[in-house]
Design a protein around this ligand. Sequence first.
Ligand SMILES: NC(=O)c1ccc[n+]([C@@H]2O[C@H](COP(=O)([O-])OP(=O)(O)OC[C@H]3O[C@@H](n4cnc5c(N)ncnc54)[C@H](OP(=O)(O)O)[C@@H]3O)[C@@H](O)[C@H]2O)c1
Length: 241
Amino acid sequence: MEQKKAIVVGASSGIGKELAKILSGNGYIVGLAARRTDLLSELQKELSNKSLIKQIDISKPEDAEIKFKEMLIEMGGVDLVVISAGCGDLNSKLKWPIEKATIDANVTGFALIAGISLQHFLEKGSGHLVGISSIAALRGQRSAPAYSASKAFVCNYLEGLRHIATKSRKPIFITDVQPGFVKTPMSRGNNLFWISTAQKAANQIYKAIVKKKKHAYITKRWRLIAWLLKTVPDWIYNKMM
Ligand SMILES: NC(=O)c1ccc[n+]([C@@H]2O[C@H](COP(=O)([O-])OP(=O)(O)OC[C@H]3O[C@@H](n4cnc5c(N)ncnc54)[C@H](OP(=O)(O)O)[C@@H]3O)[C@@H](O)[C@H]2O)c1
């Protein structure tokens, strides 16, 4: 049987890095993409299976499009693409460079990579696309307006792509992963509860991939917070925020 192949965009740190290790441990040839190739090279040494490295900055769409397509060709096509790359900072003062960087990576960059991936799977006749959104997608947030809005975009974009995949009648799967808090460089310094390790989060994401789930809360108990966020009336939510 041919070896399975995956690309993890955002593999240099946090959730993407841990997921790349799990995929490699489960027999995948893994393509590792991010901006910091020194970190990707360190990760490569830890992996049990063959891997490839590509420097991609998804916030620079013209260049990212060329590099990501190159990577697909270099790997001879892939079965799975995970887009873990993302950024976001607390920014209630609305500093434009922070808002712009968040939108460039989490919206423009995400849509670009997700779109190329789905096209690839449609041409190939099968495949699985996984995007990492966030519980923050469920409501607007004063502390990080661009981040929560960008993650709502990720959820809705993935839903749209799922409709295209379903219409194609091909075995193409789309998974939206919504983490709560995960201990990674991104969450450092925030006041957090129910925080999971990146390893535990990646393990649960891997299980959701194997089960080809449409959606997964990470960790599972964040389903409760999601329910609360969806049902709490505005006047209470406004006080909490
Ligand atoms: N940690 C949490 O509590 C939490 C909660 C909900 C959702 N999430 C989401 O989970 C995903 C992974 O985050 P994490 O917690 O693992 O954070 P992290 O440790 O900071 O990792 C972020 C990854 O994204 C990559 N990245 C960022 N901007 C990029 C760009 N322009 N081009 C290419 N790669 C880029 C980084 O690589 P380079 O810097 O090397 O490019 C890094 O590999 C993100 O989408 C995040 O929004 C995290």
